[in-house]
Structure formats: C-alpha cells, structure tokens
Write a protein that binds this ligand. Structure first.
Ligand SMILES: [Zn+2]
Length: 264
C-alpha cells in the first residue's frame, strides 16, 4: 500500500510538471508567432501610370516624339529601379496603347473610358502608392522645370510629392523652384484616388532645351532615378512610422467629404 502511494504521488507530480512544461512551450511559441507577424516586412506596392497612349498622344510641343512615348520610357525605367529595390510594381500600360473601350464613337468618350480603366487598376490595388508620369506643355515656351501634383484625399500624398520634389531638385534640376500643387478635379485620377497619389510633370515639352533633355536617354534615366529615390524615401519613412505604430492604418482616409463634394 505504501509503495502504491509513493508511485501515485510520483506519477501525479510528473503529470503536473508535463502539463506545466507544455503550457510554457505553447506560450513561448505564441509570442514568437506574434512577434513574427509584427515584424513581417510587407513588400511595398506601387502602381505606375504612363500618361496617355495609343491614339491619345498627349502633348508634343518642341519634342520630336509625343508625350505618350516619353511617359512610357520614363515609367519603364522607374519600374525597373523600383523592382530592383524590392517594390512590387503594377503598370497601367506597358506598351503604346489606349486603355478602355475602343468601340466608343468619339475620341472624347474613348479618353474618358481610358481614364476610368486606369482608375479601376488603381482600385484593384488597394494600399498602393500611385505615381502618374506626364510631360507638361504651355503656350509660352519660356517655362521649364518639373512639378509634382498631389491628391487631396490622403494626407500622405503631399508627403510623397515633397519627397519626389526634393529628389528631383537635388539630383536633376538644382534651379527648380516650383512648388508642389494640390490637384484640382481636372486630374481625374488624383481627384478620385483614396491611396497616396501623385502626378509628376517631368518637364515642359514647350520649352526647346527641356524638350531636348527629355528626349535624351541619360536624362530620362536621371529623372527616373530621382523619382524612384523620392518614392523609396517616402516608403521608408512610412515604414518607420508603421513600425512604431504596429496597428496604425496609414491608408485610412477621412476624405470622404472631399470626394462627395467633388462628385456633387
Ligand atoms: Zn499628359
């Protein structure tokens, strides 16, 4: 009887110790999994939009090739740079095409359909950073210099615009004094984008010397590199902010009022 009692208490102690050990393992693995989720690096998603395309050539000015060609060339150089830097990049177009419904009867309708298609690509990539590439044009040829327009719907858009502006000034156009501008409703994509969104006018095709530069492959690469630096610096600073606020939603927007006012 005494031997049985000793065995009983020994077995009970062993069972309790085993359960305790299992609980300890469970808790530590749960913490490890939680930590892994918190520190997981999310690949940044960038939607790049080469303005115009196909029968919509965009501006021409003093340039030997239309704006649509320069937009795509710079956007593709930018795509390469961002992909090499670890971003996932979605292009709204990757060849000389107009998007949307080609069967519509007027060019105006087809252009509207093209913009709606671009917007649907943007909407299909929630949480992205949107960058549209264009070239500027003005009736007077004296004006030159890149300018960045930003969407008013998300406060991060102006932060992104400022990073790109600073990059262009420091790497390409040291004399550029142009300020970033909030986009009006005339820029459909920026007026409707919910995610951080900017449009970069790389320069003026109406200006002789800038049109020449924008047609130069090395200059195009410099411009693409500068825009890429701006985007990457923006993404990095956003990442640092996210890391300090693990559950912060940087994409949340309190701008529904602005959108509905515009729609009305
Ligand atoms: Zn354009």
């Amino acid at each position: 009887m005494k031997a049985f009692r000793v065995n009983f208490w020994m077995i009970l102690t062993l069972i309790v110790a085993s359960i305790g050990f299992l609980i300890l393992i469970y808790i530590s693995s749960f913490h490890a999994a939680q930590l892994a989720t918190e520190t997981k690096t999310v690949q940044p998603l960038v939607v790049l939009d080469a303005g115009h395309g196909g029968e919509d050539g965009g501006a021409v000015g003093r340039s030997p090739v239309p704006e649509k060609v320069l937009n795509l060339t710079i956007a593709q150089k930018l795509e390469k740079k961002l992909t090499q830097s670890g971003c996932k990049v979605v292009m709204t177009r990757n060849s000389d095409v107009m998007l949307g419904d080609h069967s519509l009867s007027t060019l105006r309708e087809r252009k509207a359909s093209d913009i709606h298609k671009r917007f649907s690509i943007l909407q299909a990539n929630p949480g992205c950073t949107f960058v549209s590439i264009h070239q500027n044009h003005f009736s007077n040829g004296i004006y030159s210099g890149a300018q960045v327009f930003y969407s008013k719907n998300n406060p991060q858009s102006s932060v992104l615009a400022e990073q790109i502006r600073k990059s262009i000034v420091s790497q390409v156009q040291h004399e550029n004094k142009r300020k970033n501008k909030a986009a009006t409703s005339s820029i459909y994509l920026l007026a409707h984008a919910k995610d951080p969104a900017v449009l970069v006018e790389c320069g003026f095709l109406s200006n002789d010397s800038e049109a020449q530069l924008l047609n130069n492959s090395q200059y195009q690469q410099k411009m693409a590199d500068a825009i890429a630096s701006g985007i990457l610096q923006y993404l990095q600073s956003k990442n640092e902010h996210t890391a300090s606020v693990p559950n912060g939603d940087l994409y949340s927007s309190d701008s529904s009022g602005i959108i509905s006012k515009k729609a009305g």
